[in-house]
Design a protein around this ligand. Structure first.
Ligand code: PRT
Ligand code: ZN
Length: 210
């Protein structure tokens, strides 16, 4: 038996469930439940907040998970990744108020930057020799400059319309992300075999879409 953790409700949920179904795995209705069992594959599906998925998989509470690379890498467990899944593509970007000059990343030296991704951003800034004050906030990062909390932000971008709507301009791509399948490090031989079967089906689903 394998336990797979997916996001309960959010941007990853629908595509994660669709992928499992496209792999030919059937399960009963998922609404209002915390877990469900597949009817034709030894798989249990757990519904969690995406931020909790890397830790649950790392500790083996779940054997597999589907999560964004942004959340996985920020949590510090990039080596749990076994396969990219091709959906929920986005980027983690630095943005500044539209009117502000941005000759290079060095203008961020000593500035305040609001983000939910202090680890990924901290590494990126260090690689570029920039020291800044990172303010970690968990939501509504885009409003930080307009309320005087920060001179810049670093947040997830997909279409760019949220930045635009908040008078911000994207100036650096810090990290590119998509959904990935992750696995706990200590699968049994039987679980490894099931994972191989699942991966084989997932790869076939992706090939069929190309
Ligand atoms: O409740 P839970 O903790 O499970 O969910 P969540 O609210 O933390 O995450 P959720 O559902 O918003 O996103 C889940 C994952 O989807 C993220 O971790 C990313 O890997 C991926 N993803 C893809 C995105 C986006 N696109 C995205 N556009 N995550 C967030 N956004 C937000 C972004 O934060 C910003 O507020 O959308 C806004 C920007 O979008 P645009 O299109 O205006 O640029
Ligand atoms: Zn989350």
């Amino acid at each position: 038996m394998l336990r797979l953790a997916i996001q309960k409700s959010g941007r990853l949920s629908e595509d994660s469930l669709a992928l499992i179904r496209e792999c030919g795995i059937n399960f009963l209705s998922t609404s209002y439940k915390l877990k469900t069992e597949a009817t034709n594959f030894p798989l249990e599906i757990l519904f969690l907040r995406d931020d909790d998925i890397p830790g649950y998989v790392k500790d083996g509470v779940a054997d597999l998970g589907i999560v964004g690379q942004n959340v996985l890498v920020e949590a510090g467990y990039p080596n749990l990744e076994v396969e990219t899944l091709g959906f929920s593509k986005c980027r983690l970007s630095l943005a500044v108020p539209r009117a502000d000059a941005y000759p290079s990343i060095e203008v961020l030296q000593g500035k305040n930057i609001a983000t939910s991704y202090p680890n990924i951003l901290g590494r990126y800034l260090a690689e570029h020799g920039v020291q800044a004050n990172l303010h970690t906030i968990s939501g509504s990062v885009e409003i930080a400059p307009s309320i005087g909390l920060a001179e810049a932000i670093c947040d997830i971008v997909s279409s760019g319309s949220t930045l635009l709507g908040n008078g911000l301009r994207e100036v650096e791509t810090v990290f590119r992300s998509e959904a990935v399948l992750i696995a706990q490090p200590n699968l049994t031989a039987e679980q490894t075999d099931l994972l191989e079967q699942l991966l084989f089906r997932m790869q076939a689903v992706r090939r069929a879409k190309r």
